[in-house]
Design a protein around this ligand. Sequence first.
Ligand code: NAP
Length: 244
Amino acid sequence: MTTSQKTALITGANKGIGKETARRLAALGITVLIGARDAERGEAAAEELRADGADVRFVPLDVTDETSVQAAAQHIDATFGRLDILVNNAAIAAGPQKPSETPAATVRQVYETNVFGVIAVTHAMLPLLRRSAAARIVNMSSELGSLTHQADPDSPWAAYTSILLPYCTSKSALNAVTVLYANELRAEGILVNAVSPGYCATDLNRHSGIRTAEEGATVAVDLATAGEDGPTGALLAEEGPIPW
Ligand SMILES: NC(=O)c1ccc[n+]([C@@H]2O[C@H](COP(=O)([O-])OP(=O)(O)OC[C@H]3O[C@@H](n4cnc5c(N)ncnc54)[C@H](OP(=O)(O)O)[C@@H]3O)[C@@H](O)[C@H]2O)c1
C-alpha cells in the first residue's frame, strides 16, 4: 500500500446506505473497510463490492461492544497504520410508540448504537485519524433529529417524530456530538459533519423510503472526500443545510 492510498471505515456497511457509501468510496479508489457485526453478512458485502475490482475488506465491528471496537482499531493500526475516513453509519430504530409510552430501556438500547456507539468508535479511531493528512468524519444523521422540525407540529416529519422518540432524539444527540467534535478537531484539519441521506428505502423503514440507498449515499461520499476548504460542524442534506 502506498502512503497516498486512502482507507475508509464505514460502520454498519453490510447493507443499506452504508453498503452503497462503501461502493461509491471504493469506486474512487479508496480502500474500504466494511464494519459489520455479523461476519457472514460483512464478508458477503465485501465480496459483492470486490467484484468490481475494488479493494473492499470486512472488519468485524459491533459498535456497542467496546472489545470489538478496540479490536477493529488495533486491526486497522496493524494493517494500515492510519485511517483517513470514518463514516459512522450504523444505527437502529425502535417503535412506533408514543413518547409517553416509551420506556427508558428502549431509549437506552437505541442510544447504545446511535450515540454511544458513534462516540466509542470515534474515540477509538481518532489516534488513527490523526495520522491522516486530511481526515474526515461523517456521522449519518437524519432530518428527524432536527429540533426545528421536532418543535413544529405542522412539519412534514411530525408523523414520525411523534412516534419515534428513541430514534429522533438519538439523532439530535448525534448532531450535538458532531458539532462538539468538529469544534475541537477543526484546528487539526479534521472535518466532522452530520448528514441526512433523505428518506431511503432500506430495512430500517421496511423499504418505505422514496429514495434509493445509492442516492442516500451521495452526501456522505461528498463530505467523506471534501477538500480542506470543506465544511465542518454542519448538518447537510443533498439540497443543503438542515436547520438544527
Ligand atoms: N433509510 C433512511 O431513510 C434513513 C433516513 C435518515 C437517516 N438514515 C440513517 O442512515 C444510516 C443507515 O441506515 P439504513 O437506512 O441503511 O439502515 P439499515 O439498512 O437498517 O442498515 C443499518 C446498518 O447498521 C448496522 N448495525 C446496527 N447495529 C449495529 C451494531 N451494533 N454494530 C454494527 N453495525 C450495526 C446493521 O447491521 P445488521 O445487518 O447486522 O443489522 C446495518 O448494516 C443510519 O444511521 C440511519 O439512521 C436512514
